[in-house]
Design a protein around this ligand. Structure first.
Ligand SMILES: Nc1ncnc2c1ncn2[C@@H]1O[C@H](COP(=O)(O)OP(=O)(O)OP(=O)(O)O)[C@@H](O)[C@H]1O
Ligand SMILES: [Mg+2]
Length: 349
């Protein structure tokens, strides 16, 4: 289907009895590209990854690696490095030997093994832990050993299933930047599973947003954020105010809860991102303006998130600079405003 793709998933389906774990996946990954599989728990991310790795047989569809059909090739002959969701280290091997495992199996010379292991240890900040056994490590340290073990063999494809789920926020951010740097430097074609949308945005060339076993949208982080293809994507990636715009009595558009809207298009579902909303104290008339009561003000460090409760019941999300908290108090009346350019139509609902 896609000639240039390094890894090409074509119509992959996996059923377990009457359960459909993956309803249909078509995904072409270019050489050196990092694609995140992002979606809620149970949407089929791990099942997809395990089909690519060769641990689960697809019920339908094909997997191509550099144009070669590998659907029936056994896992150990696929040239893939994988980190499982439960990172499964060899319990009787030290950190260094766990990382070196795949290199020994491939007959790499001793001196080169030592050098490549040392590089992984340094990159993944495991210095000083080389001689320890997995049970002597924290969960986060074990995860980093698993990542090192997968990357050190320089595989054709790297498959990572929530590799940083046990790391604290700071270490997680640092480690994913390191992973991204290493992945780019080595040109590793990578599938990265996460249910953390911020992590997917930070690390990916493209994001495959999955829902109930299907691919909802495939695009760059900016594309899926700024031009979500479905309601689900709009709500899952970042925060969103959604409006069902229909023609109103006066000729313009009006939302399902009676807010007059002025948008570039016609009747559609529109997404309005919280950071595009301006909050003012003075009342305003006309379209793209609505008054309500400030209900919650949350300080986020780099800004403030506010909830404006509207008379119709809607909780409108607003994000702005920290100064917002100086201008408004919970219980205060306020008006939210935005421009037609801030309303993005969602192509399909
Ligand atoms: N071996 C199995 N037998 C039966 N059902 C399964 C099996 N493996 C997975 N499933 C089901 O398939 C669906 C997809 O599971 P999968 O593990 O791929 O989800 P996931 O997206 O990785 O979720 P999470 O984020 O929680 O890890 C789920 O409903 C799950 O219960
Ligand atoms: Mg999973």
């Amino acid at each position: 289907m896609n000639e240039a793709a390094e890894l090409d998933l074509q119509g992959l389906v996996r059923r377990y009895g009457s359960t459909v774990a993956v309803a249909r996946m078509d995904l072409a990954v270019a050489k050196g590209e990092l694609v995140a599989l992002l979606g809620p728990s149970g949407c089929g991310k791990t099942t997809t990854l395990r089909m690519v790795a060769g641990f689960v047989d697809p019920s339908e569809g094909r997997i191509l690696l550099r144009g070669r059909d590998i659907t029936r090739v056994p896992a150990h002959k696929r040239d893939m490095g994988m980190v499982f969701q439960s990172y499964a280290l060899f319990p009787h091997l030290s950190v260094a030997d766990n990382i070196a495992f795949g290199l020994h199996r491939r007959g790499v010379a001793k001196a080169e093994v030592a050098q490549r292991v040392a590089r992984m240890v340094a990159l993944l900040k495991l210095d000083g832990l080389e001689a320890r056994l997995p049970r002597q490590l924290s969960g986060g340290q074990q995860q980093r050993v698993a990542v090192g073990r997968a990357l050190v063999i320089n595989p054709a494809v790297v498959l990572l299933d929530e590799p940083f789920s046990n790391l604290d926020a700071l270490l997680r951010e640092g480690t994913r930047i390191e992973l991204r740097r290493l992945q780019t430097e080595l040109g590793l074609t990578t599938l990265f599973v996460t249910h953390d949308q911020a992590e997917a945005m930070a690390i990916s060339d493209r994001i495959a947003v999955m829902n109930q076993g299907r691919l909802e949208q495939l695009g760059t982080p900016r594309e899926v954020y700024e031009r979500p293809a479905t309601r689900f994507v709009a709500g899952f990636i970042g925060r969103a105010n959604l409006f069902e715009a229909k023609p109103g009595a006066g000729g313009g558009l009006v939302s399902e809860d009676g807010i007059p809207l002025d948008a570039a298009g016609g009747a559609a579902t529109y997404v309005l991102r919280p950071e595009r909303v301006t909050l003012v104290a003075e009342p305003a008339d006309g379209a793209n303006a609505v008054s309500g009561t400030v209900e919650v003000l949350s300080f986020l460090g780099n800004g403030v998130q506010a909830v404006l409760r509207l008379p119709g019941g809607r909780a409108l999300l607003v994000e702005g600079a920290a100064a917002l908290a100086d201008r408004f108090r919970p219980g205060a009346a306020a008006t939210a405003r935005w421009t037609p350019a801030d309303l993005t139509a969602i192509p399909q609902v």
